[in-house]
Design a protein around this ligand. Structure first.
Ligand code: HEM
Length: 136
């Protein structure tokens, strides 16, 4: 999928549109948690999550909609969120951060996004992933 929006990613809702809107992000997040179920290096972070990921999938999808400049769907349903605080109860070091990003890299392989958008998204996601890290 080309970035047919003339605005660069990150401006307005260009990234949300490039990600396929809410439906595209639901697919991305589904593939992301499927990757978390499968990648050996993600076993430890998978174990931090509930067995049933239905609500978790919904939360990440809604969060990403707003984070990418689309509608604030997380706040609408679940209220406000500060990403580092939301992760304080989990032990997240560099390996856990990188495992999370590896799941996202795996999920991105299945999406019909432009290669440059996949790259952009991974680079952007490093920021909240690193901010969620709470140990060395
Ligand atoms: C750095 C590695 C990360 C790990 C190990 C991790 C792990 C987790 C875990 C275990 C939960 C709880 C799930 C649940 O109880 O349903 C969670 C929640 C969440 N995570 Fe992460 N996460 C990471 C990075 C991120 C990043 C980068 C984002 C955003 C781009 C994110 C967004 C969220 C959101 C929105 C929730 C729901 C919070 C809530 O409503 O309580 N996470 N994460």
């Amino acid at each position: 999928m080309e970035n047919q929006n003339p605005r660069p990613y990150g401006v307005g809702d260009a990234s949300f549109q490039a990600a396929g809107g809410e439906a595209g992000l639901r697919k991305l997040v589904d593939d992301f948690y499927d990757a978390m179920d499968q990648l050996p290096e993600a076993a430890k972070i998978r174990a931090m999550h509930p067995v049933d990921l239905t609500v978790t999938r919904d939360k990440l999808t809604r969060f990403l909609c707003g984070w990418l400049g689309g509608p604030k769907l997380y706040a609408e349903r679940y209220g406000s969120i500060i990403i580092p605080q939301a992760h304080r109860r989990f032990e997240i070091g560099p390996a856990e951060r990188d495992a999370w990003l590896a799941c996202m890299r795996e999920a991105l392989k299945n999406q019909p996004y432009a290669a440059e958008f996949k790259q952009y998204l991974l680079e952007q996601l490093y920021v909240p992933a690193e901010r969620s890290r709470n140990k060395d």
